[in-house]
Design a protein around this ligand. Structure first.
Ligand SMILES: Cc1ncc(COP(=O)(O)O)c(C=O)c1O
Length: 385
């Protein structure tokens, strides 16, 4: 173990910093924090501490300042989303989902979610949290035959009638269009609607995407570090004071989270304040850049997915079908060799995840670093040649 010493660790960290700092990062689920959310908010004494329980009702001593900041952070998000509950203790979006999927009451045990190939997340599907840990029986929403990147809303309504699920989960990982929250809510006034906003939280926050609570969702789960340029973490928002609140919050603590990684909390609050004061047009710039990039790529002959007659995308994402270029795995590796980082992605018709048909591009980090659509397009065009 001679070669594994402090210098070795330091050098690998430095190499990664230099390498990833020099690449164009287009991974749709990543971001850097707003520049205002500097080390003072994130790397501080809170990173060594515990504070089990709710603010001002902890099981540990020494928590007076995290009590203050966590309650202010909860208050800030409640006010922003005009909702009853903002719980910032999930340490990631997947943990937020686990708390909600396990904490909601169980009736017949059935749930309806988006399938993996249509863009749903692993936590919403059979081999992930919702079945493997929470024991729910999963049915998947049908996709629109004309545009399989969108839901077939009439088919979804029929499925809800048939399955009578305990709840449904909207939102996905490959996310190009708004979800039919309003349409489903109009048909089913009593249905519990969970909206997984992991990817689009920053766009919703900036008012540049559908507003799930206003359209009828009951619960929002999200990551705080994808389109929302905050620290890696999760959040649960609940619109009204409902009977399931207690079940979800106690599923989270004491059920899942013990230490909720306190140093995230000041950074999360700082990111929200920075968004509202210094970066008010960030969400708009992200969506406009993705739209423009999708058009430039389509005009140049690339197979851009999701076109609905108006746009290819309403989010930060652009999805390309690259089967003719050798498939998603090959293309993503090729791009990495040219200093552009994306991920391979299954498209709705794919059976295998090893070399799926697509790549998924997200522009949110590039926008924060000052790139425009043309610049991203030129780099992609050269690297894809
Ligand atoms: C739709 C969706 N939900 C949940 C998650 C999990 O979020 P996290 O990585 O913060 O655990 C992801 C991750 O990409 C996602 O895409």
């Amino acid at each position: 173990m001679d070669n594994i010493d402090l210098e070795y660790v330091r050098s690998v960290v430095a190499k990664n910093n230099a390498w990833r700092g020099s690449t164009l990062n287009l991974i749709a689920s990543e971001n850097v924090m707003f520049p205002e959310v500097s080390e003072e908010f994130y790397c501080n004494d809170f990173m060594h501490r515990y504070a089990e329980g709710k603010p001002f009702a902890r099981y540990y001593n020494g928590t007076k300042y995290i009590d203050e900041l966590e309650s202010k952070c909860m208050e800030y998000f409640r006010h922003k989303f005009k909702c009853s509950v903002a719980n910032v203790q999930p340490i990631s979006g997947a943990i937020a989902n686990l708390a909600v999927f396990s904490g909601l009451p169980k009736g017949n045990g059935r749930v309806i979610t988006n399938s993996l190939p249509s863009g749903g997340h692993i936590t919403h599907n059979r081999m992930g949290t919702i079945t493997r840990i929470c024991g729910r029986e999963v049915y998947n929403f049908p996709t629109n035959p004309d545009n399989p990147f969108k839901m077939d809303v009439d088919g979804a309504v029929r499925l809800v009638e048939e399955v009578q699920p305990d709840f449904i989960v909207l939102g996905k990982s490959m996310f190009l269009h708004p979800e039919p929250v309003r349409e489903i809510r109009e048909k089913f006034p009593e249905l519990t609607i969970v909206y997984d906003a992991a990817h689009v939280f920053g766009l919703i926050y900036g008012g540049e995407f559908q507003q799930p609570f206003q359209e009828g969702a009951d619960i929002i789960t999200a990551s705080t570090h994808k389109t929302f340029p905050g620290p890696q973490g999760g959040i649960i928002l609940i619109r009204d004071e409902r009977s399931f609140v207690k079940g979800i919050e106690s599923a989270l603590f004491p059920g899942i989270v013990s230490n909720h990684h306190l140093h995230r909390i000041p950074a999360l609050l700082a990111a929200a304040i920075a968004y509202d004061t210094k970066h008010t047009d960030y969400g708009k710039r992200v969506v406009e850049t993705a739209q423009k990039l999708s058009e430039l790529l389509a005009d140049a002959g690339f197979s851009v997915c999701g076109y609905d007659g108006k746009r290819y995308t309403y989010t930060h994402q652009v999805v390309l079908d690259v089967r003719e270029m050798g498939g998603g795995a090959l293309v993503a590796d090729k791009l990495e060799r040219s200093g552009i980082i994306v991920n391979k992605n299954s498209l709705p018709w794919d059976k295998s995840v090893i070399n799926p048909s697509g790549i998924r591009i997200g522009v949110q980090e590039a926008v924060l670093r000052g790139y425009g659509a043309e610049e991203i397009f030129e780099k992609l065009k050269i690297a894809l040649k």
